[in-house]
Design a binder for this molecule. Structure first.
Ligand code: HEC
Ligand code: HEC
Ligand code: HEC
Ligand code: HEC
Ligand code: HEC
Length: 283
């Protein structure tokens, strides 16, 4: 997980996933509290999550290490912390404890009807990240991914950039590498995109840095209207980013960055003045 993106987490709360994870939480707590370390089901669990109960079985470590690793990675993820469980992305019936009943339908990625098949991934993730999905839906990438004409995956989905289980936002270096997989001299498909993506992401990073400075040094009461406005703009940047309309992203990031720079100037001046007064007239 990349801490640089966490800076604005609070600022983006308002636009965050709508699907409350409340349904998954009781089950998860039951597992966490009653069955630690990860293990068998608890009789006290009111709502069970058979997926986690069975997939956390330490026998799997020996019999099916690859499968067990999926569980481990999920156990490290922000989704686990937020109560997003296997069935939220894979489907199936977490209330049924036998394997066949729980799996109930397709779960792996190969079948076209699976929720984690590449065509369906944006929809699956978009169930909760609906604002970002709206942005992504406008992109040429989505067009390519959902086109019936392409039998193989031609363009990135959410997991190409974020991973499937232990999700994180790419940093400037990884984003360039990801874009380069398809946008390069050999493919002759807009080879300039990786460099542009890196520059834009760098600018977003500056936005988060200025934002943090203002949060730390600014007067919280005075800043309230400013934050209300700028938070909405920053959320909108994340949505716009996912449309991959690089020109619009460039314009919008520049506007926000300039506003933050100006505000940072004001805050720094006020802070210095305040400190000087305190030194001259200590009480
Ligand atoms: C009683 C044990 C058990 C339960 C309950 C269970 N699983 Fe599994 N799961 C397994 C085993 C074992 C495998 C390995 C493949 C096999 O044996 O079918 C597996 C395989 C999988 C796979 C890989 C499928 C593939 O095609 O490779 C996914 C995804 C999965 N399970 C998700 C889930 C989800 C989601 C739930 C809950 C709705 C769940 N499992 C409940 C034991 C279980
Ligand atoms: C945030 C959504 C999400 C959660 C939560 C999640 N998965 Fe997945 N999982 C995916 C996606 C998407 C893929 C397909 C990855 C790809 O295409 O690269 C996947 C792939 C898999 C696979 C490989 C299936 C295949 O077809 O090869 C297994 C096994 C698996 N997950 C098990 C689990 C288990 C067990 C849990 C819970 C402990 C879990 N997943 C939680 C989204 C999720
Ligand atoms: C059931 C709801 C749900 C589903 C489905 C879901 N997420 Fe999430 N996701 C959340 C919540 C809640 C958070 C934590 C709050 C936040 O940071 O937005 C989160 C956080 C994230 C983050 C931020 C991680 C970070 O570093 O801060 C990423 C990236 C992400 N999810 C990607 C995905 C992807 C990709 C999928 C599909 C494979 C997916 N999510 C499916 C609910 C969900
Ligand atoms: C898995 C392959 C793949 C990856 C990875 C990928 N793209 Fe693309 N991208 C495509 C394809 C395919 C198209 C459509 C090209 C066409 O229309 O001929 C496209 C189109 C685009 C376009 C043009 C959109 C338009 O409206 O014309 C932009 C901009 C773009 N990608 C940016 C990026 C950026 C930035 C990254 C990395 C963050 C990235 N792409 C990663 C495959 C990919
Ligand atoms: C081509 C790469 C790419 C694709 C495809 C992509 N993202 Fe992102 N995503 C990024 C990058 C880079 C960031 C960081 C920039 C930002 O926050 O605006 C990001 C940010 C995010 C965040 C905020 C992370 C945080 O910590 O605040 C979430 C949530 C997210 N993406 C979910 C999704 C979902 C859901 C999809 C599919 C509908 C998706 N992304 C598709 C590259 C991608």
């Amino acid at each position: 997980m990349d801490s640089q993106w966490r800076i604005s987490r609070d600022s983006q709360r308002g636009a965050r996933p709508r699907k409350a994870v409340a349904s998954a939480l009781p089950a998860l707590f039951a597992v966490l509290l009653c069955a630690a370390p990860w293990g068998s089901a608890s009789a006290e669990a009111e709502e069970s999550d058979s997926c986690v109960e069975c997939h956390s079985d330490s026998d799997l470590m020996v019999t099916n290490k690859k499968l067990y690793d999926y569980f481990l990675r999920w156990g490290d993820s922000i989704h686990m912390q937020e109560g997003v469980s296997c069935h939220d992305c894979h489907g199936g019936s977490p209330g049924i404890s036998d394997k066949k009943g729980a799996h109930d339908g397709s779960l792996g990625g190969d079948e076209a009807t699976s929720a984690v098949n590449f065509r369906n991934i944006p929809d699956t993730c978009g169930e909760c990240h609906d604002d970002i999905f709206e942005g992504f839906r406008k992109s040429e990438h989505f067009e390519q991914v959902s086109s019936e004409e392409n039998e193989e995956q031609q363009a990135p989905t959410c997991v190409t950039c974020h991973g499937a289980i232990n999700v994180a936002a790419p940093d400037v270096t990884t984003v360039e590498e990801i874009c380069q997989q398809c946008h390069n001299e050999d493919s002759d498909n807009q080879p300039e995109n990786p460099r542009k993506a890196r520059a834009l992401l760098n600018r977003l990073l500056s936005i988060h840095r200025y934002y943090r400075y203002i949060t730390v040094r600014g007067d919280p009461v005075e800043m309230k209207p400013f934050f209300a406005r700028i938070d909405a703009q920053i959320s909108d940047l994340t949505v716009t980013w996912h449309s991959f309309d690089l020109e619009t992203i460039e314009e919008k990031t520049e506007t926000v960055l300039n506003e933050l720079k100006a505000k940072r100037g004001e805050v720094a001046t006020a802070y210095k003045k305040d400190r000087k007064q305190r030194i001259e007239r200590p009480d």
